[in-house]
Design a protein around this ligand. Structure first.
Ligand code: URA
Length: 465
């Protein structure tokens, strides 16, 4: 019955049939915006059965989506539910999105940095996914912090503080909720077009003027092949720009966890140290990347003539404490007990602790960040099943980073777990994930490439997919 779902076809006035659209994609054709809009509307209102949506997703995964199809899918998904409008705030709205990594906590720095420079940062974030941590799980380590706000409350926090970190509401982009859950169950997640539409539909529904994308490459990223990550970066920039949002993508290093900490509370505490102007050992890459991302946000938001000037403004907001004030005010405005930041180590109460010592002397030459991410998850910081609670205090503190020289017997990492029993498997994963060498490994640049609209469009013209 549902495959008889019909809609007027504006171009030919003949009705559309889901089965015809599946067959067209299966056979290598490209759907037009009207046909894609029909499928997205059917996903959002439940009128197309899941088996037909799954068949179309698999056809799209196998055949790939063209740039035009990706654009049409993104716009249709963006428009599938309610939207947030930051216009009433009277400020330029900017955001940052990362494709996900281990120890990736820049949101807690870039949101207050950009807000301290006069921008609005309406940040709709996600939970832990696979081996990567989730911004919402991390910020919920603060007792009382509410990530589920109504759009009205979201706007009120933004008006008061300039930044707000929340979860997606049920009304925003309902098509993505249906399609994402289906992709998760049908092996159709890793498709550049589908990833692009899923991420951007949610970002664009937040009414952003500008967006900075942090596309990860290396051992801890979802798309391990560099050319796949580059294609995704270019596709997202071109698609968001076509929707009227000024966008750049930075290709950044995820060949090791970012910063010293990977977990929930310990990541937040690391960020607060940086917001206080401290320079903890092992946090320098996190500080540098956050300032680079914030610099671009501030530039695209019109507060600096260049990203370098944006970097300097962001650095000033770190030094003068204004970004820290925004962060603490946001935590309090969302119900969080900001007094926990008065004693960062005192609040950290893991159930069990294990110091792993270096088993060889030499340079830390390789860190398989995906395995380290799974180790963090299994210590209790992530979930085995969706909906489970996470342990705010579980995680790993790294005492040495890639390229550091270490002597056998020196502390390499400290593991924090929920219970003693949860330590053994992560410790074994950590030992498999880290390699030593007699000579220093080649340095990997923190930011290897930046895509603007022009370079993204040129890349897509030349890309062979
Ligand atoms: N994050 C999303 O929101 N969607 C994807 O498809 C992948 C990562």
């Amino acid at each position: 019955m549902n495959d008889l779902k019909k809609a007027p076809d504006k171009s030919s006035s003949s009705p559309l049939h889901t089965i015809d659209l599946i067959r067209k994609k299966r056979d290598g054709g490209a759907l037009d915006a009207h046909e894609i809009g029909f499928l997205v509307a059917g996903a959002a209102d439940g009128s197309i059965p899941l088996e037909q949506l799954a068949a179309w997703l698999m056809a799209a995964w196998l055949r790939g989506l063209t740039v035009e199809e990706t654009r049409a899918l993104t716009m249709a998904m963006r428009d599938s539910g309610e939207k947030f409008s930051p216009r009433g705030l009277g400020k330029v709205a900017v955001d940052k999105h990362s494709t996900g990594g281990v120890g990736d906590k820049t949101s807690f720095l870039v949101a207050p940095l950009a807000a301290a420079c006069g921008l609005a940062v309406p940040m709709i974030s996600g939970r832990a996914l696979g081996h990567t941590g989730g911004t919402l799980d991390k910020v919920e380590a603060v007792p009382g912090y509410r990530t589920t706000l109504t759009l009205k409350e979201f706007e009120a926090v933004l008006a008061q503080c300039g930044a707000s970190i929340v979860s997606q509401t049920p009304e925003l982009v309902p098509a993505d909720r249906v399609l994402y859950a289906l992709r998760d169950r049908t092996g159709t997640v890793e498709s550049p077009g589908l990833i692009c539409a899923s991420i951007l539909s949610k970002k664009l529904a937040a009414g952003l003027d500008a967006l900075v994308l942090d596309v990860k490459t290396g051992s801890g990223s979802f798309l391990r092949k560099r050319e796949d990550a580059e294609y995704l970066a270019a596709l997202m920039v071109a698609t968001a720009e076509a929707a009227g949002t000024r966008t750049v993508a930075l290709m950044t290093d995820m060949s090791q966890p970012l910063g010293r900490m990977a977990g929930n509370w310990i990541e937040l505490a690391e960020c607060v140290r940086l917001l206080r102007g401290e320079r903890p050992d092992g946090s320098e890459d996190l500080r540098e990347l956050s300032l680079r991302l914030a610099g671009w946000m501030i530039h695209l938001g019109g507060k600096a003539a260049t990203p370098e000037q944006g970097f300097a403004l962001a650095e000033r907001a770190l030094a003068d404490g204004s970004a820290l004030r925004v962060f603490l005010e946001m935590v309090a405005a969302q119900g969080g007990d900001a007094s926990v930041f008065n004693d960062l180590t005192g609040f950290h109460k893991p159930g069990a602790t294990l110091i792993v010592e270096a088993w060889e002397s030499g340079y830390v030459s390789e860190m398989d960040a995906t395995s380290l991410g799974w180790a963090v998850q299994r210590l209790g910081a992530g979930r085995e099943r969706s909906g489970e609670p996470v342990d705010p205090h579980a995680g790993i503190e790294f005492h040495a980073r890639r390229g550091a020289h270490i002597e056998r017997g020196q502390p390499l990492a400290t593991l924090y777990a929920t219970t003693q029993e949860k330590l053994a498997e992560p410790a074994a994963l950590l030992k498999q994930a880290i390699r030593f060498s007699a000579t220093p490994p080649d340095a990997v640049p923190l930011v290897s490439r930046v895509f603007s609209r022009e370079s993204a469009e040129a890349y897509l013209r030349d890309a062979v997919r």
